[in-house]
Design a protein around this ligand. Structure first.
Ligand SMILES: [Zn+2]
Length: 468
């Protein structure tokens, strides 16, 4: 998308009120300001160390925050614990800015209580010094390639990409005090899996205690001062996001190994599969899941979304980098740095007398709760309801007021009404008189996936918010 569009869609952002944030099983259960960061505690239940991973301290470093988010969505932790903050500077992430209120990674030493990020800094400091946390990783994307000698303009001591940053060689801590050795081991692990030889990782010791004033203001040095083992991980900004995330994930996996945290990754570690994993399976559920929208490959604008009259929109996302922000009378959906779609509402009173419909899908009868996606190969039909009417958005046949009881194929629906760019996913909406009852999506994508599974998704839809 063009930058112009982003600016346009971000106009409404600053006028956001307070956004209350209801946490799920592994996040804070407290109310925090708009676009506050989320904490995802992946706890295995098997005794072990606790690693804290922080992504998105600067909003324009998508390699780090996408990699952190992938740990939440695509990894299982089998022993020990991994706590992840994938979106520390969420407002700056959405605005594609290093820091809307200045550099957040220079606010860990002294900070005026009037600073707009004062609360953010206090929250994250509390997490860092939590007695359970053994080791802290702060993920960045840095320019060029760090080298301890001057090779050329892009490869020298003043560059930050492709290195593990440490403030000093060791600390006085019970666990993981030998920072230098741990960093060297991580670097060796990454260098074993380089995609190209010249992408070599190094250890960069900033020797902060010897008077490095800039580094003394950073998150990792705050951790060091509190006797926590801490590391910065920097992938190179010379790469596209999936490649940056590749190196971040490699480094993180070495830290898992070194802290005895066993894990399972649900995709193959390659640029191709990382790109897929970042984009796959992203959904937004609206208003207590009366509506579920599949956001992968979504059109730039979805019109006439039936929202609730005289109510605030309530939404849940299944990915920590996703959020919805108001824009005038409409809403914008974001994933990390990317603006994905614009939701233009139409307001209705809601009907709560029905929570599912029956459909004949490719010959078999199914009960589909609202807020679900049904895979259709050839045809579907919504069974007639006594008190409700069905509206299939884009259905072309005669202008009938109720589209239940009609066998429908893909070519009966106008492609431009799909919610996805490929023209495969369509809206089936149910109304009772003038009230909206709920929506189901039919997906002609034919990817062989089973129907959207309520149970398995429940775990992930933990990131719910209310917009005021
Ligand atoms: Zn950075």
């Amino acid at each position: 998308m063009k930058l112009v569009n982003i600016k346009k869609y971000l106009c409404g952002l600053l006028f956001l009120g307070v956004l209350s944030y209801f946490a799920g099983s592994f996040t804070f259960a407290s109310s925090i300001p708009a676009l506050g960061f989320s904490v995802h505690k992946l706890e295995s239940g098997v005794e072990g160390h606790t690693l804290l991973i922080i992504g998105g301290i600067q909003g324009d470093e998508p390699g780090g925050f996408n990699a952190a988010s992938l740990i939440v969505t695509h990894y299982d932790i089998l022993s020990g614990n991994v706590w992840i903050v994938p979106n520390l500077n969420f407002l700056s992430i959405i605005k594609r800015s290093r820091g809307v209120y200045g550099d957040l990674n220079r606010k860990f030493d002294k900070l005026h209580p009037n600073d707009p990020e004062y609360q953010t800094i206090n929250r994250i400091k509390k997490l860092i010094i939590d007695p359970k946390v053994d080791l802290v990783l702060n993920l960045h994307d840095g320019s060029g390639f760090y080298r301890d000698t001057y090779d050329d303009r892009l490869h020298n001591q003043n560059r930050w990409g492709q290195c593990i940053i440490i403030d000093q060689a060791s600390i006085d801590a019970k666990n993981f005090s030998n920072i230098s050795t741990i960093a060297k081991t991580a670097v060796a692990h990454v260098n074993k899996h380089l995609l190209k030889e010249k992408e070599l990782f190094h250890v960069n010791n900033t020797q902060t205690i010897k008077g490095n004033e800039e580094m003394a203001k950073t998150l990792t040095y705050f951790a060091i001062k509190n006797n926590k083992s801490a590391f910065g991980v920097e992938a190179s900004k010379s790469f596209l996001t999936p490649k940056r995330a590749y190196y971040h994930l490699l480094a993180m996996e070495s830290f898992f190994n070194q802290t005895g945290i066993r894990f399972k990754r649900n995709f193959q570690l390659s640029e191709y599969y990382i790109k897929k994993a970042i984009d796959d399976d992203i959904h937004v559920a609206l208003n207590n899941r009366k509506i579920l929208l599949k956001i992968e490959n979504v059109r730039k604008k979805l019109s006439y979304i039936p929202l609730k009259k005289n109510s605030k929109i309530e939404f849940q996302v299944n990915n920590p980098l996703m959020t919805i922000v108001t824009s005038g009378d409409a809403y914008n959906v974001f994933h990390g740095n990317r603006w994905l779609t614009h939701l233009a509402p139409q307001y209705f009173h809601y009907d709560f007398s029905l929570d599912a419909i029956h459909m004949i899908v490719d010959g078999s009868r199914k009960k589909i709760p609202f807020g679900n996606i049904v895979s259709v190969k050839n045809s579907f039909m919504v069974e007639s309801l006594k008190d409700h009417r069905v509206n299939i958005i884009g259905f072309t046949k005669q202008a009938c007021p109720n589209e239940s009881g009609i066998v429908i194929r893909k070519n009966n629906i106008l492609k431009k009404y799909s919610i996805d760019k490929k023209g495969m996913i369509f809206r089936v909406e149910v109304y009772k008189s003038q009230k909206f009852s709920g929506m189901v999506l039919v997906d002609f994508g034919g990817d062989g996936l089973s129907d959207f599974n309520v149970a398995s998704q429940k775990k992930k839809l933990d990131h719910s918010k209310n917009l005021f």
